[in-house]
Write a protein that binds this ligand. Sequence first.
Ligand code: DOR
Length: 402
Amino acid sequence: TDSDLLISKGRIDRIASSIEASDGMEIIDADGAWLLPGMIDDQVHFREPGLTHKGGIRSESRAAVAGGITSFMEMPNTIPATVTLDALEDKYAVAAEKSLANYAFYLGATNDNLDVIRSLQPGTAAGIKIFMGASTGSMLVDNEETLAGIFRDAPALITTHCERTPVIERNLAAAVEKYGREIPVTEHPNIRSAEACYQSTVIAIELARQYQAPLHVLHLTTAREMELFEPGPMQGKLVTGEVCVHFLHFSSDDYPRLGNNIKCNPAIKTAADRAGLMAALKQGRLDIIATDHAPHTREEKAVSDYLKAPSGLPLVQDALLSVLELYHDGELSMEDIVRLTAHNPAIRYKVKDRGFLREGQWADLVIVDTAQETAATRQRVLSQCGWSPFEGETFRSRIVST
Ligand code: DOR
């Protein structure tokens, strides 16, 4: 709909079909463009502290804001890992100084910090992050008692990275047997396989049901897992599901062209999996779209050895633009996009007064023009790593202003 929106003291003061301009008001003419609540990205890796050669809270929050993301939730696999309350507090203190967007941080789980998890004050972390599969940083939680304890006692939303490490190790051993050290990156989705994802997601959901623990399963990648998630509106669900922008955009057909640059964990799977994720989004089996922004330097990604190339893609600056491609394709409505990128993460994570265009909420707003294009050039990349997996593509929208 066509409306005026008045911002006062950082909040949305009034929304009406026409608001009279008065003295001292700054007028932003967004005629013909969309005004959306800023994206709330529930999964990013901003690399500070300890990995600041890859990125930092200032550089990555800047890229996020340029891309229409106004709030982010950041993952614990930094150095040191965010597995103590002190480390968690330190991140909040750094972000207070450096972040250009709203922020929250996860407390990471390990095989031996259940006491720390129990002592977390509700509302002081985005959630608890469990790596139920090993990935960047060694934060694997594979002790069954500990896992059960987390699901039984966690005072916050549990979020999981679901990939079954023993399955991956078996697949990897078979690939090494076949290729030696020359494993082609096209094997990545066979090594970090759909089966590994499925088995782990089953375990996480069983634990959530058993202990009635709210669970949000991060970065789902396979069509088969979708049967594990309930269709319909998010409200009232114990278990929610997330998909990330790259899993809706790329498929295993892109490995020959993009190689290690699209290597991530879980792996980008087949075009059929991507279609399955898209169908699940429409059925409401997936509730949130996020990024899993995970920058690595160009040099780190450029190694020819598949085994040595780090996993993860820089995505925050292009995330909303890439989701808007689904609007242009007629796959998602603008209402769907706002629900999946703003309303639902705000509700799921109990973000106060953000995520909606509503009087009284914070004016976290993004103006998007779907009639102007954006060329994804390397020059425009604001992430410190200085590259984007979308380079060479043209998005059919533009982020005018955040
Ligand atoms: O691809 C990934 N990169 N997956 C993860 O789980 C971690 C992330 C990173 O931190 O690099």
